[in-house]
Ligand binder design. Structure first.
Ligand code: COA
Length: 382
């Protein structure tokens, strides 16, 4: 396999983008990535999107987006793995370059959630229809059950979860692409309206429009496009049970553990080598469970990490320096690529006020649904 690097990145602002269609958001992100690298063509395109069909009535996204980019004829593939669609698109782009099949591949993610669709029900299509959705459960409800399981097993409190939101909003306040860039206090989180007990409004990622794109090429060609390429040194994808009821413990995210194990093995690094990470905090409890599954902290101790500053900027492993899904926003299909852009920017040393000093190795973890799919990438600055 060839070594692969990211050489360019582009993304839209995240938020309610009423003035931009799905294809316009895609074009802004894709052109941004091409311009960043000074590239004028690509050999292949991957488009991560959870549900263009149900959110805006548009499928067949590969050819549509290639056409809109003025690249009709280029192979283009739509990738779907619920909220992990972007991360899986990145993995497929990585594999295509690593295999030697293509040299210049664009990995993108898009989602337009604010366009009149019944968002809660569209998102619920990523849960188990027969065992969960039929009985009326929603994603906030599923993560509330995960939170209850973690609370029962480890004594995690609502306040522990609230600290995750406080930390991520503090980070997001330094990100001009974030949907909710304002800081929030512990008191505001604890007093926000209840969505699915024990999860309140400010424990939840919002409903977001946005697009993100990164350009990949073989490492040996990377200096043609940037003086600061970032190598992808590990990629892991795993699946777990779809329904929470089929898991031994709903708060143990097996797919996250398995995808991390594969990525660490491939990269030849372990959790202690990670200096910056973007982790799938679709709800505050998810960040707590994921940092345990990734091995950043021991099982049961994830609840203390945000409060004690372990995962804050300046801490041992800064997690979600972009603001995470909570503050930056969560346009589901775009999230995995936006996570990669944050780590790319950090390892290039271009993250400005939220820069992690001397960061050389970073990780992204992006999961689908309540954790039935998870994809982990590990990156190294060159
Ligand atoms: N964080 C911070 N502020 C938020 C917010 C969030 N997650 N969501 C909404 N707000 C703000 C809005 O801007 C609005 O402020 P305003 O009154 O000053 O305008 C206010 O809070 C209420 O927003 P509204 O859009 O009416 O909330 P809602 O009740 O329709 O939706 C949630 C709130 C939490 C239910 C919705 O954001 C949600 O479903 N999130 C989860 C999405 C999800 O499941 N994603 C997939 C994960 S697997």
């Amino acid at each position: 396999m060839r070594e692969v690097a990211i050489v360019g990145a582009g993304m839209t602002r995240f938020g309610e983008l009423w003035g931009q269609s799905l294809r316009d958001m895609f074009a802004e992100a894709a052109v941004g990535a091409l311009n960043d690298a000074g590239a004028d063509h690509v050999d292949s395109i991957y488009v991560g999107c959870m549900s263009g069909g149900q959110f805006v009535g548009q499928e067949h996204l590969g050819p549509l987006m290639a056409d809109h980019l003025g690249m009709t004829g280029v192979p283009a593939t739509h990738v779907e793995s619920a909220c992990a669609s972007g991360g899986v698109a990145l993995r497929l782009a990585y594999m295509e370059v690593a295999s030697g099949m293509s040299d210049l591949v664009l990995a993108t993610g898009i989602e337009k959630m604010n366009d009149g669709a019944d968002v809660t029900n569209v998102l619920a299509t990523a849960a188990d229809q027969e065992l969960e959705v039929y009985y009326g459960v929603t994603f906030p409800g599923l993560y509330a059950m995960i939170a209850r399981a973690h609370m029962a097993k480890y004594g995690t409190t609502e306040e522990d979860m609230a600290w995750v939101s406080v930390k991520n909003h503090r980070h997001g306040a330094m990100n001009d692409k974030a949907q909710f860039p304002g800081e929030v206090t512990l008191e505001q989180v604890m007093a926000s309206s209840m969505v699915a007990a024990p999860l309140r409004l400010l424990h939840c990622s919002p409903v977001t429009d946005g697009a993100a794109a990164v350009l990949l090429c073989p490492l040996e060609q990377a200096k043609e496009y940037t003086d600061r390429p970032v190598k992808i040194i590990g990629s892991g994808l795993a699946t777990g049970s779809m329904a929470l009821a089929d898991r031994a413990d709903p708060a143990d995210l097996d797919a996250v553990q398995r995808s991390a194990r594969s990525a660490y093995k491939m990269a030849g690094v372990g959790p202690r080598d990670i200096q910056v990470a973007e982790v799938h905090d679709c709800f505050s409890i998810a960040e707590i469970c994921c940092i345990e599954a990734l091995g950043f902290v021991e099982p049961g101790t994830g609840k203390d990490a945000a409060r004690e500053g372990f995962t804050a900027l300046g801490g041992c492993v800064p997690v979600n320096t972009s603001g995470g899904l909570k503050s930056k926003g969560h346009p589901v299909g775009a999230t995995g690529i936006a996570q990669a852009i944050e780590v790319f920017t950090q390892l290039q040393g271009k993250a400005g006020a939220r820069q992690v000093e001397n960061a050389r190795v970073g990780l992204t973890q992006n999961m689908g649904g309540s954790g039935a799919s998870s994809v982990v990438h590990i990156f190294q600055g060159v």
